[in-house]
Design a protein around this ligand. Structure first.
Ligand SMILES: *Cc1c(COP(=O)(O)O)cnc(C)c1O
Length: 367
């Protein structure tokens, strides 16, 4: 069986350094907000090309904290609308509601499957104060276009970079496209911890300072609370792991890209639509998303052929009971993606043999 993702293999590929880094962090005697967190924050901000990085507990809270901080700063008000693509993972939408803002869903571009300026324009109204664009499947958002549009209309552009670590668009890296970005380091992401972890990147000093306080009970100085904050911190063990893994992110993404190139070149089946690759570096292939009208049959066929697959995502946010409040909404593109998407295994530690087997299995599928 070729697993969809073999996390043990990913982790083993970082040994013996990983265990050593963990041992050092354990023996340091300091576990929250220490040297390891600071070291990773500096390295990751530099990598993304932003002034600041704030380590937090997970990706959802990274995004939520950005919105809460803008409210605290008076840049957003409760009830303001935030445009978000209808085909995203539900965490993007949850971060908006959690901060007391209102998600305004819109269909993505049919080629990139990402939010486009067109998509924003389709739903824009004067109550819209921000955009949350998502580097979905690892493909960079059209950062330049979106930030130009945001500037003209005085909107805040937030990037959900949870799937985009290292993606490049217009000489900028994911995390630096908008006013602020939220990252997840959930174990399966392109840069993954061994547990939950996340970060905010931004070049806005006031935002960075506000988020740092909000994520630490709303305090800058111990026992002095400026805001009603939360507890969302990156621990020293996860930070040590992330610092060890970060230097290999680019070469791991290059390996992902090599595998994607082979899939694009050799998968040839009239029943299957391949993803659109974008310019070099634009896609870091967190997910290799094919589409087919015969998804159930293909997924079963691949399982029988020993190829593990997943669906990202079978039910779009506006069809979830959690968002019943949004009423009857219809997004043809998002719904088409939810009905036809199938993700093939793609991670740097796959063997040549496994890659070939995936290609052969997809090509052998017929009705
Ligand atoms: C993983 C993910 C998140 C949430 O990250 P967590 O660390 O699991 O909270 C948010 N948005 C997208 C697009 C994701 O893929």
């Amino acid at each position: 069986m070729i697993p969809y993702l073999d996390l043990k293999r990913v982790t083993d590929s970082f040994e013996p350094g990983l265990s050593k880094a963990l041992e050092n962090a354990v023996k340091s005697g300091w576990y929250i907000r220490g040297k390891e967190c600071e070291r990773f924050e500096k390295a990751f901000a530099k990598y993304c090309g932003t002034e600041y990085c704030i380590g937090v507990a997970n990706g959802l809270e990274a995004l939520t904290l950005i919105f809460k901080a803008y409210i605290q700063m008076g840049r957003l008000n409760r009830g303001d609308f935030v445009v978000v693509p209808a085909n995203t993972y539900i965490a993007s939408v949850l971060s908006i509601s959690e901060a007391g803002l209102v998600p305004l869903l819109t269909d993505p571009d049919t080629q990139t499957l990402n939010l486009s300026v067109e998509g924003v324009k389709r739903v824009w109204n004067p109550q819209v104060k921000a955009i949350l664009a998502v580097d979905l499947y690892g493909r960079a958002i059209p950062g330049k276009e979106l930030s130009e549009f945001a500037k003209i209309h005085d909107l805040i552009l937030v990037e959900d970079a949870a799937q985009g670590h290292g993606a490049v668009e217009n000489h900028k890296r994911a995390g630096s496209f908008g006013d602020a970005a939220g990252f997840s380091f959930y174990p399966g992401k392109n840069l993954g911890a061994l547990g939950d972890a996340g970060a905010v990147t931004t070049s806005d000093a006031e935002l960075a300072k506000t988020i740092r306080a909000l994520a630490n009970y709303g305090s800058e100085q111990k026992y002095v609370n400026l805001f009603k904050g939360m507890n969302s911190r990156l621990d020293e063990l996860q930070a040590a792991i992330l610092s060890l893994k970060l230097p290999r992110l680019d070469s791991d993404n290059a390996k992902r890209s090599q595998i994607a190139k082979r899939y694009m070149k050799y998968i040839s089946n009239p029943l299957v639509t391949l993803p659109s690759p974008g310019k070099p570096g634009e896609h870091v292939w967190h997910i290799f998303a094919i589409r087919t009208s015969y998804r159930k049959a293909l997924q079963e066929y691949l399982t029988h052929s020993g190829v593990g697959t997943l669906i990202h995502y079978p039910i779009p946010p506006h069809r979830q009971s959690a968002y019943g409040e949004l009423g009857e909404l219809y997004f043809p593109i998002a719904e088409e993606i939810a009905d036809t998407e199938l993700s093939l295994p793609l991670y740097p530690q796959m063997t040549e043999d496994e890659i070939s087997k995936v290609i052969e299995a997809v090509n052998a599928f017929h009705l």
